[in-house]
Structures are given as structure tokens and as C-alpha cells.
Design a protein around this ligand. Sequence first.
Ligand code: 3HC
Length: 279
Amino acid sequence: MKVFVIGSGVMGSGIGQVFAMAGHEVTLYDVKEEALKKAMEGIRWSLQKLQEKGSVKDVESVLSRIFTSRDLSEARDHLVIEAVFEDIKVKSDVLGRVSPLTDEIIASNTSSLPITELSRAVRNPERFLGMHFFNPPVLMKLVEVIRGDNTSEERFREALDIVKSLGKYPLPVRKDVFGFVVNRILFRLFTSACALLTQYTPHEIDYVAIKELGMPMGLIMLLDYTGLDVNYDISKEAERRGFPFKCDVLEGMVKSGKLGRKSGQGFYDWSKGKPEVKA
Ligand code: 3HC
């Protein structure tokens, strides 16, 4: 299968890596050369880590299946995964331009935008659906596959099989609601954790999440990890759609350039790697 991933950020590059590791030929598309270069460096780092752990045998052979492109027309006849900025206009624009080029499945990795609304930009929307990976895509097993009002049952099942063939666990989502399943739970947890920030430190809140709730990463750290800008945008979208995801401190932090792990600073200092949670 030939796969074209639109957007080479953390999610796009991770999704491309997952497909390449499963033996598919992948083209990573972005408008900026610099973004593609950074994506390839990140993929190489991740593959080397996985090789150290024994889950990847040959880093170079996986890398040889990944190409980069700044030309959208190279999506011709490819299965397309869209993983651009979480903005309905940006996503709709790129979906509108790519959909005449291929008859294969077109999937969006959106976290919060309705699949049915996005499908309006797609030519032949019966092959359009959500394929929502979690960060980091190479390590997280679950992938939500979301059926919009216009998605055909046949293409939906095909997408579930594709996800399974990647060694992932596909969660069928037949109700196209805000946050789908996982984020419908997670955004409420984020809201509760954020509300506690007036009384407790990020370390204290995360200590409870890890030690008492058994989470692999604290909730405040997870906001940093997935990106404060990403979470701020989602919280704005949630507000427009009447969903209770609120974290008031995000706006000021994003405006002052604190984006979490990707910028080196967020609730935690990431400049020396993953911070340690100390109660
Ligand atoms: N590729 C390969 N290896 C990786 C990696 C990657 N992308 N990311 C981390 N690793 C490696 C680390 O380098 C480390 O290797 P080492 O043992 O040789 O040092 C090893 O994995 C373990 O990582 P860490 O020591 O950094 O930390 P953890 O043990 O906490 O594991 C984690 C990291 C897997 C991210 C774990 O903390 C976790 O599962 N966190 C929760 C993630 C989560 O919930 N994601 C979903 C977010 S919500 C979302 O994405 C939805 C969106 O719509 C908002």
C-alpha cells in the first residue's frame, strides 16, 4: 500500500513511521523543508530507540520506505492520512485539494473536529473517515476509527482492518461526537486537573495521577507532552461546541511561547529531557 501523510509534525511523522514499520511505502508531505528534515531526524531517533529494545531489526530498511515531498500532487492514487493543524479551515482546504487525486481511503487524524463536517470538503466522501492515533503513535496501541454520516460501512471496515494490520488495536467509533471516545474522557480529566492548579503544584497533581490513579504519565505533564498550543486550540473548539474542556492558564502560557515539550518549557522544564515528578 502507498500511503501519503499530510503534515509532518509529531503526529504525522509518527503515523508515517508506523505505516513504514508495517512494510508500507510512505510519503511525508509538508509545506516547509525544515519541518520534513526535523520529522526524518525524529523518525531516525525513534527507530534507533526501538532497535535498542529489539522491536525494530533494520532501521535503514524502514527509513528506505519513507520519502518526503512538498508537492501535494504526489498523493495521486495513495491512501491519504491528513495530520495538519487542528483548524477546520486548514484541514478542509487540504482535503478539498487532495481528494480529486485519489480514490483510496482518506482519513483525518483530527482530535476534535467532526468527521461529517470535514467530509463536506472531500470528493466522494463515502471513503472519508477519522483515524485517530495517540501521541506517541509508535508506542500507543489504540487507534480510534471514526465513521461520519457519509462514510460507507465497507470503507469503515476496510480502515479497521488496515489499523489491525499495523499491529494496533482499532476502536470502532460509530458516533461522531466531540472528542470521540478517548478524548471525551481525557479532556474532562484535564479540566479537573487544571482546576486544581490554583491549590496544588503540577508535581503534586501528577504524583496523584501516577501513584494513585496508576496513569503512565501525570495529567499536567500530558498537557505539556501533547502540546499546550494543541490543547488550547482544542479547548477553544470545545467551548464553541458546548463541551466541558477548560483550562484557563493555557492561553497566557501559549501567548508567552510556552508550548510544553516541543518548546522546552510548559508547566515543566523539558530542556533536559523528560522531567521527573517529585511530590
Ligand atoms: N519512539 C521510540 N521510543 C520512545 C518514543 C518514541 N516516540 N518515546 C519515548 N520512547 C522511549 C524513551 O526514549 C525511553 O527509552 P529509554 O528507556 O531507552 O530511556 C522509553 O521509551 C520510555 O520513555 P520515558 O522514560 O520517556 O517515559 P515513560 O516510561 O513514561 O514512557 C510514554 C513514555 C510511552 C509516552 C508514557 O509516559 C505514556 O504512555 N504516556 C501517556 C501517553 C498518552 O496518554 N498519550 C495519549 C495522549 S492523548 C492524545 O494523543 C490525543 C490527542 O488527540 C490530544
